[in-house]
Design a protein around this ligand. Structure first.
Ligand SMILES: [Zn+2]
Length: 338
């Protein structure tokens, strides 16, 4: 009887042990599968980062090549002035041959003889004045933005071979004076944002951040020691930190005169030149209430190549999004070419 009891206890112990072993082995297999998929993700990310760097290098080389060609052309013009420069009539605009290559952009943008042509109808894919007539502005509420619509992503549509590209632009928006003064915003919020940026970006080369308002950036820069200033320059060089627009502020576009816009853009750009030898390439206009057709013209003349706008009417944004027209070249009514 006693022997039977011992055998029963021993038997159940063995069963428990076997169950435990099976469970642990299963767990190990799941863990190793998960680990190998994480490893694969890290490898993929590294590859993507490497690919990005090569693309960047390629872009830099092209830019360098273009700059050299422009300098060569400008020097050629300086040595042999074009005959057309000698035949400029009174009150007429100088022939475009007179200008070095980089000013030819203007020729592409406007008709130099008369900037306003009443009878000229530009050929466009989207004519905003017509679009305004066709939108009902019914203001139906809801969706990911007010009056937008629900955007849903089905995870089953995407996998390792067919990845969904999501573009995330880490940024901050700092008005130099709104509810608080510029100094109050700086000491309570802005300074900490920039301090954290300087702390967190160097930890991982894949991290990015953009900054727009040079008034705040200059205040912060003045407080940095030499070592931190070098860190900032390094982040700019490896494209982890990008200065966008680079104006002293993110200017209002609806009411400002273009002279004031130029004034504040010049202020910011001169600061960037003098302190960082940096020229912004992209513009970032996320909070002006109403976007002016003048702004892109000024920015293009200044050499900026891209711009992002944000506060259009919800109904316009929705309409453009539905037609997949949110990426566009913005041509003014007086503009002749793109
Ligand atoms: Zn704002």
């Amino acid at each position: 009887m006693r022997l039977k009891k011992v055998v029963a206890i021993f038997g159940s112990l063995i069963v428990i042990l076997v169950i435990f072993m099976i469970y642990s082995t299963k767990d190990l297999i799941v863990y190793s599968n998960r680990k190998s998929s994480i490893d694969e993700d890290i490898r993929d990310n590294k590859l993507l980062h490497f690919e990005d760097r090569i693309k960047q290098l390629e872009a830099n080389l092209n830019e360098h090549h273009n700059a050299v060609s422009e300098i060569k052309l400008a020097m050629k013009h300086m040595r042999q002035p074009s005959p057309s420069t000698r035949s400029i009539k009174n009150n007429s605009v100088p022939s475009m041959n007179y200008w070095p290559k980089r000013f030819v952009v203007s020729e592409l943008m406007y008709d130099v003889s008369c900037p306003i042509q009443v009878n000229f109808v530009p050929k466009t894919n989207v004519q905003m004045l017509e679009l305004y007539k066709s939108i009902s502005f019914d203001n139906i509420d809801g969706g990911v933005w007010k009056q937008g619509w629900r955007i849903e992503v089905d995870e089953r549509d995407w996998n390792r071979q067919n990845k969904l590209n999501v573009f995330v632009v880490p940024h901050s928006h700092n008005d130099p004076g709104w509810i608080k003064t510029i100094e109050e915003y700086y000491s309570t919020q802005t300074k900490h944002i920039l301090d954290n940026m300087l702390l967190k970006l160097p930890e991982d080369p894949r991290r990015k951040f953009i900054w727009a308002e040079i008034s705040y950036f200059a205040m912060w820069w003045d407080e940095l020691d030499e070592e931190d200033k070098e860190k900032v320059k390094r982040l700019l060089r490896n494209n982890q930190l990008e200065i966008v627009t680079g104006g002293w502020v993110m200017n209002d576009e609806a009411n400002s005169h273009w002279v004031s816009i130029m004034h504040q853009l010049t202020e910011g750009h001169q600061w960037l030149q003098q302190n960082l030898n940096y020229t912004p390439l992209s513009s970032w206009s996320i909070d002006p209430f109403g976007l002016s057709a003048t702004q892109p013209v000024l920015l293009k003349e200044m050499g900026l190549q891209n711009m992002l706008i944000q506060r259009t009417h919800y109904a316009v944004k929705k309409q453009l999004a539905m037609q997949q027209h949110l990426e566009f070249r913005w041509r003014q009514l007086w503009g002749k070419y793109l």
